[in-house]
Design a protein around this ligand. Structure first.
Ligand SMILES: Cc1cc2nc3c(=O)[nH]c(=O)nc-3n(C[C@H](O)[C@H](O)[C@H](O)COP(=O)(O)O)c2cc1C
Length: 200
């Protein structure tokens, strides 16, 4: 596929012993094979944002951000689209993910985001996905229709400890990536043609 765009795949959990890198690595691999994206796997654990929001560190164009905040800002700015990978935490998303979303504003704007979720329960992280669908419009980020959910993921490992559902989910991932690419291209062209109006 032509029109290669930049895709940021975000590992939302920083929990010790987290599963997040497995589904994130899987969807990043499918996205690389898709052909429409250059993929940046963004691990919020490595990003090492300050634990508390610092006013001068965020949002303002006059801000002089600290090195970790500036580094993640650059990677988010570069992305034309995002896939957020998140487990479900008490019917929502992990605090690490919400913190990273809250730290930035323009970096998210006028770009599409898709969700890959999982959870201990049968919902497969859909409550986390639904909360993201409430949060992202505030940042002017477009949540797309297709998403992927792995319910009760811990029940699907083989004797070698490999997760068994990735292969069967690949067609759904391809559909998600096709939709994400369409929106990413449309919004990249729109950003070039017309500046997004101020939200204020
Ligand atoms: C604090 C906490 C709350 C959780 N709440 C839910 C929940 O509401 N629904 C669910 O399906 N699983 C829930 N789980 C299970 C997580 O989805 C599961 O542990 C998953 O592996 C977390 O993602 P991570 O391993 O990438 O950090 C919870 C886990 C934790 C640690």
């Amino acid at each position: 596929m032509s029109d290669r765009l930049n895709l940021g795949v975000i590992i939302g959990s920083t929990r010790e012993g987290r599963w997040a890198p497995a589904p994130a690595g899987w969807i990043a691999g499918v996205a690389e094979r898709h052909g429409g994206f250059d993929v940046d796997l963004i691990d919020l654990l490595d990003a090492d944002l300050p634990q508390h929001l610092v006013e001068d560190d965020m949002w303002s164009t006059e801000a002089d951000p600290s090195a970790p905040v500036a580094a993640l800002s650059e990677r988010l700015h570069r992305a034309d689209a995002f896939i957020v990978v998140s487990g479900e935490y008490n019917m929502s998303i992990p605090a690490s993910l919400k913190h990273a979303i809250d730290y930035y504003m323009n970096e998210w704007a006028a770009k599409p985001v898709a969700m890959v979720t999982y959870g201990g329960k049968i919902t497969g992280g859909q409550n986390a996905a639904q909360h993201l669908r409430q949060i992202f419009p505030e940042l002017r980020t477009m949540t797309i229709r297709n998403s992927i959910a792995f319910p009760r993921f811990y029940q699907h490992f083989d004797d070698r400890g490999e997760f068994t559902e990735f292969g069967a989910t690949e067609p759904a991932a391809k559909t998600l990536l096709d939709e994400l690419h369409w929106w990413a291209l449309a919004l990249a062209n729109a950003r070039k043609a017309t500046p997004l109006p101020s939200p204020f």
